[in-house]
Design a protein around this ligand. Structure first.
Ligand SMILES: Cc1cc2nc3c(=O)[nH]c(=O)nc-3n(C[C@H](O)[C@H](O)[C@H](O)COP(=O)(O)O)c2cc1C
Length: 392
């Protein structure tokens, strides 16, 4: 059998593309409209370089920190994604892999596995929710998350309900019925390893979202839940403060790009924010998250935890983000490609790649701890600054 281990996240992505049906791969690649933000999330890291030392380097490098009250061995956590059709074990495989490396997982409300199963695999689970329905409906979601054992809540608010992809959105069925199976059969049959992994479990992706229903109740379909969400009244800052108060435990607001919003998040009492543009899946033309990070970290980094989310593919990217003021990073596609390439072991492989890369960058920079990293460790190209003019 060919070696399942991969050396870089880029290689995991290549294997994911080979292994996944075309529409499943496309749903992970995602990106809205022209894909400007998706591309910038990656390109911006290339505008940040290093100026390494070569003597007096530290023999030991410390990467441990905490995020939302959780001890973590390196400054990385799993961002929530709906991983419906990537792998039969889905979020449970991700949770196991993350637990094996001591890393918390953000579980999407659109996930394919129940929160309880994910918490059993990884007690360091943060439940992610959008603002759905009324305060009463949100209270039900919170109760479910609390009872299910979530140790923190992630509220994601950067969503504008549109894709308009220039490259064409993949067809995602509402339900797996005979008609859909016939329609998707050629794609599935062209990816026998993926199909076999599902066939072994005796089921196909069922495309329901169990965490949107009361435990044990029949879960709605992905699109059913999405339609309810679309009809929800849009939240105000008062709603955010109310939710934070009502939750009463660590709370992260995901999707902040502007300094003024970061300040309002502080006023709303959040524990943490993630500087994020939803991995380029929301409003196209939003600058790379890493470009928005320094001004936000400077403005609120001493009051709340500031995380960076978007474009992390290497350990050196993590180091760049921490040097620019992030307490830690959240990763999305870096683990999704690993999951697609090799299940739980693939996610562990991706996390190990990041860990190794963080360690090498610390070594080269002559830093014995991530806590000593500073902007002066980076060589920052002039172009990088251009988007720091995001309104203050
Ligand atoms: C396939 C896919 C599904 C996603 N689903 C969610 C979700 O359900 N909730 C959420 O808050 N963010 C979601 N995101 C955004 C991720 O949490 C994260 O912000 C993004 O992937 C970070 O960018 P990266 O992939 O470059 O690391 C999703 C992203 C992808 C790629």
């Amino acid at each position: 059998m060919a070696n399942a281990w991969f050396e870089t996240v880029a290689e995991a992505q290549r294997r994911a593309q080979k292994r996944l049906p075309k529409s499943v791969y496309a749903a992970l690649l995602a990106g809205t409209e022209k894909g400007l933000t998706l591309a910038d999330n990656l390109a911006a890291f290339d505008e940040l370089g290093f100026a390494p030392h070569l003597v007096d380097l530290p023999a030991h490098r410390d990467m441990a920190t905490t995020v939302m009250g959780q001890d973590i061995p390196m400054p990385v956590i799993i961002s929530p994604t709906g991983v419906q059709a990537v792998h039969p074990d889905g979020e449970v495989a991700v949770a196991r892999a993350a637990a094996a490396r001591g890393i918390p997982i953000g579980l999407s409300s659109f996930a394919s596995k129940p929160l309880e199963d994910v918490v059993a695999a990884n007690p360091q689970t943060f439940f992610q929710s959008y603002w759905m329905g009324t305060r009463d409906v949100m209270t039900e979601h919170l109760e479910r998350a609390r009872k299910g054992g979530a140790v923190g809540l992630i509220l994601t608010l950067d969503w504008t309900f549109a894709h308009r992809r220039d490259w064409g959105s993949p067809h995602i069925p509402e339900r797996m019925n005979l008609r859909e199976m016939l329609r998707l059969a050629p794609e599935g049959l062209s990816r026998p390893k993926w199909l076999y992994a599902f066939a072994k479990t005796g089921r196909l992706p069922d495309l329901t979202v169990p965490n949107m229903a009361a435990p044990g109740a029949r879960p709605p379909t992905f699109f059913g839940a999405y339609a309810d969400w679309m009809q929800s009244p849009l939240p105000t800052w008062d709603d955010v403060a109310w939710l934070r108060e009502h939750w009463g435990a660590p709370f992260l607001l995901k999707g902040v790009i502007r300094v003024d919003d970061a300040r309002r998040a502080v006023d709303a009492g959040v524990t943490a924010i993630s500087v994020s543009n939803h991995g380029g899946n929301n409003l196209d033309g939003t600058p790379a998250a890493i470009r928005a990070l320094p001004a936000i970290a400077e403005a609120v980094g001493d009051q709340i935890e500031v995380l960076l989310d978007g474009g992390i593919r290497r350990g050196s990217d993590v180091v760049k983000a921490v040097a620019l003021g992030a307490r830690a990073v959240m990763i999305g596609r870096a683990y999704l490609w690993g999951l697609a390439a090799n299940g739980q072991a693939g996610v562990e492989n991706s996390l190990d790649i990041l860990r190794g890369g963080i360690d090498s960058a610390l070594l080269g920079l002559g830093r014995s701890s991530i806590h000593d990293l500073a902007p002066s460790d980076l060589v920052i190209a002039r172009e990088f600054q251009r988007a720091l003019g995001v309104p203050q």
